[in-house]
Design a protein around this ligand. Sequence first.
Ligand code: SF4
Length: 440
Amino acid sequence: MAKSFYLETFGCQMNVVDSERIVATLHDLDYQQVDNPEQSDLILLNTCSVRDKAERKVYGHLNRFKALKQENPRLIIGVGGCVAQQEGEKILKKLPFVDLVFGTHNVHRLAELVGEVAVRRGQQLATEFLDRETRLRLFPRRAAGSGIARFVTVMQGCDNFCTYCVVPLVRGREISRPCDEVLDEVRALAGQGVKEITLIGQNVNSYNRQEATAPDFAGLLQQVHAIEGIERIRFVTSHPRDLSDPLIDSFASLEKLCPQLHLPVQSGSDPILTAMNRGYTVADYLGKVERLRAVRPDIRLSSDVIVGFPGETQEDADASLALVREIGYADIYLFLYSPRPGTAAAALVDDTPAAVKQARFEAILAAQKENSQRIWGADVGQILPILVEGPSRRNGEESLFGRSPWNRIVNFRGDPQLIGSIVPVKIIRNNTNTQFGTIL
Ligand code: SF4
């Protein structure tokens, strides 16, 4: 009888890519995926450790599965991803009912590890970091997602060591996937009818930073842009310091490059940016935003902002609030600082009361709400080119969903034959995260 597995994925697109590799591996082992842990022979959590809450969630989830293991001792329970990489053996010690822990560089060993556990060779641990050549050889070569809009990984890891961030510690050093391989994959996807490509990495702007002769990210974008069949290109995530002039100019010269950019600023205060080791000042950042808007006036920006970084004064928080207002982001992801194990900032004194941090958080949230309502609200009455991605789960059969050039989901009634094409849709209503329209 086919065995079954239950997989839960937390965190970023990089984890989504790894989970697709996990699913492919388990399918090759004749495991069927199920939606309910109670019905599975193997439970896996692909975890995220970017915030304290994420980690606690993982332990909470694992404890939920303890009872299942008592009912079925042959049940295999495993943890992958960034918490696995960060905590490693501690998880096996803390939770003896967990059978395997595999880190971010060891997804390729899953079949072997499950095999070892299945033949009762005890708990398995694989969290060693691999060398550059091995990582390039094992680089994920499958585009994530399904349908006409796909994610293509171009690099892994990060060398920036922002003082609050655990990514360099759990994902390792930056490696860039050879340009030819990326182009081959995008061509193959175009051949399958894919219309939109999002190039992903922790910091795509530093693509091939170590390779003097290989194309940089602006160069890669240009070559992806030349591929027949691809109609829209996006990329995420960008580090402002590495946003080069040629990359900014790409927004003017590459018409398939969508007018939206996620550009995490993290803080509006120079002393805090220094303490975060971000490598730019507010003036540098504003200069890049100005240039972006000069070359592509319809560009919409989103960002990440951290509130409550150790040592943050009211003046620093007010500076972040002022910056959010000044730039007028379409969206921001706002986070309360949480100390991450092993990061430089975790050693800093953090004596700002939680209530004060919360008040600063609320103030920025309110300002951003105004920005978003103003910016997305202005689409109402406009006719936008929407790339139709598929049937919409919200409004029954005839409904479709697609994305605007600014990556907003738009729902509208239409014929499923339209999937894969770009159609004019008049926006009639704007909601918090989606829009509704009528096809013209
Ligand atoms: S750029 Fe900074 S915040 Fe982003 S992944 Fe790298 S270390 Fe983390």
